[in-house]
Design a protein around this ligand. Structure first.
Ligand code: NAP
Ligand code: BGC
Ligand code: ZN
Length: 355
């Protein structure tokens, strides 16, 4: 079967033939429909994040997928059911305490692999296999968009952590600021817009006309250009933010978020930057965190409860939004251009099948 993989010593992924996987006992075979690409895939291709499966010369990419159960293999899943796979798996098969507790997203390094990212093949192939507990059933209406459940679920978890960190007092947030107008930033902005926030803002570094600014404004949010208004100055240019969701991977934003927050506010950090040494006034920022009861929370990955919430969230997104975010749908034969980036590409998708 055809698969898109990154190879050791090569900088560009390519299409290759790989054996079609056979579902092991208790596993199902899934026929892939669509696989989305995000910033993390580019970090994996560049070699700055994740890594190859042990002993393998290549890694099949893809962690945002939607597919159809092709062989139920005696499990409870019905053939023809539309499913979205979660990303983390126990290393070497079996299980461990984090997976047993249903919290693989909280596992430390070494206690998980991530399909398509770190130590395991992903879903960018005509078929993949999985244990049913790592597959979330979604309605047939999500055949074209269901791969967005995974990224939305990452922000569902971040929001959950933000609210949990503010749960000891009466927190009535009004303002939210999403940093980043990539696919994760825009999906996060839409999710935040469904919540209780009265005013929302989104940061980018581009000039109009730009498709992401159009989406931001159609969502009713205010666009903030970081070249004119750095994150740390948003409180003077606009207002204090009760909630900040960082989705740029730009390391300075983690610390500038402290200045953007209102007293009692919380910032969640999702980006995955490379090492970068720079100067900050650590004492001032530390003091502001303490004296103003601010919180910064890192958040990675997500699991079945967040995937289920994300499925409902996605079903509520208007069609214009998913149509505007999914800018490019490619056939696997077009692998040469699939990973091109540019302001006109928001979410690129590889389509292996249509239902
Ligand atoms: P992306 O498509 O690369 O988007 C990042 C966006 O941030 C881009 O649109 C970029 O603008 C913007 N940006 C970067 N630096 C900026 C700056 N200084 N000022 C204003 N805007 C800036 O990536 P993504 O898929 O949305 O993901 C974002 C980050 O989250 C990545 O690091 C990814 O690995 C990470 N991630 C983490 C999780 C998790 O579970 N924690 C889940 C998914 C993704 P331009 O396009 O104009 O350059
Ligand atoms: C994925 C998460 C993963 C994280 C770190 C994100 O792009 O969506 O599932 O845990 O990268 O590898
Ligand atoms: Zn991702």
């Amino acid at each position: 079967m055809r698969a898109i993989a990154v190879h050791r010593g090569e900088s560009q992924p390519r299409l290759r033939e790989v054996p079609r996987p056979d579902p092991g006992p208790g596993e199902v075979l899934v026929r892939t429909l669509r696989v989305g690409i995000d910033g993390t895939d580019h970090e994996v291709i560049a070699g700055s994040h994740g890594g190859f499966p042990e002993g393998e010369s290549y890694q099949i990419l893809g962690h945002e997928a939607v597919g159809v159960v092709a062989e139920a293999n005696g499990t409870d899943l019905a053939e023809g059911q539309l499913v979205v796979p979660t990303v983390r798996r126990p290393p070497g098969g079996g299980s461990n305490e984090y997976f047993d507790r249903g919290e693989p997203d909280m596992a430390p390094a070494g206690a998980y692999v991530e399909r398509g990212i770190a130590g395991a093949h992903g879903y960018m192939s005509e078929f993949f296999t999985s244990a049913p507990r790592f597959l979330v059933s979604v309605p047939a209406s999500l055949a074209k968009t269901g791969f967005l459940v995974e990224p939305i679920s990452n922000t569902e978890k971040a929001l959950e952590m933000a609210y949990a960190s503010r749960s000891t007092f009466e927190w009535s947030p009004e303002t939210a600021f999403v940093l980043g107008n990539g696919s994760l930033g825009l999906l996060s902005l839409a999710l935040v817009g469904q919540g209780e926030f009265e005013r929302t803002y989104c940061l980018g570094r581009r000039s109009r006309p730009d498709p992401t600014i159009d989406i931001i404004e159609r969502l009713g949010a205010t666009y903030v250009d970081s070249r004119e208004t750095p994150v740390s100055e948003v409180t003077t240019a606009h207002e204090q933010m009760d909630f900040v969701c960082e989705a740029t991977g730009y390391a300075r934003h983690a610390f500038e978020t402290i200045d953007a927050l209102a007293p009692g506010g919380v910032g969640t950090l999702l980006g995955i930057p490379s090492d970068w040494t720079f100067e900050i006034d650590g004492g001032r920022l530390h003091r502001a965190l303490v004296l103003e009861n601010k919180a910064l929370v890192g958040s990675v990955n997500s699991y079945v409860p967040q995937f289920e919430r994300a499925t409902d969230t996605l079903a509520d997104y208007p069609d214009w939004l998913t149509d505007a975010i999914i800018t490019d749908v490619f056939d696997p034969a077009e692998t040469d251009v699939v990973f091109e980036t540019g302001d006109e590409h928001i979410k690129t998708v590889v389509e292996f099948g249509t239902r």
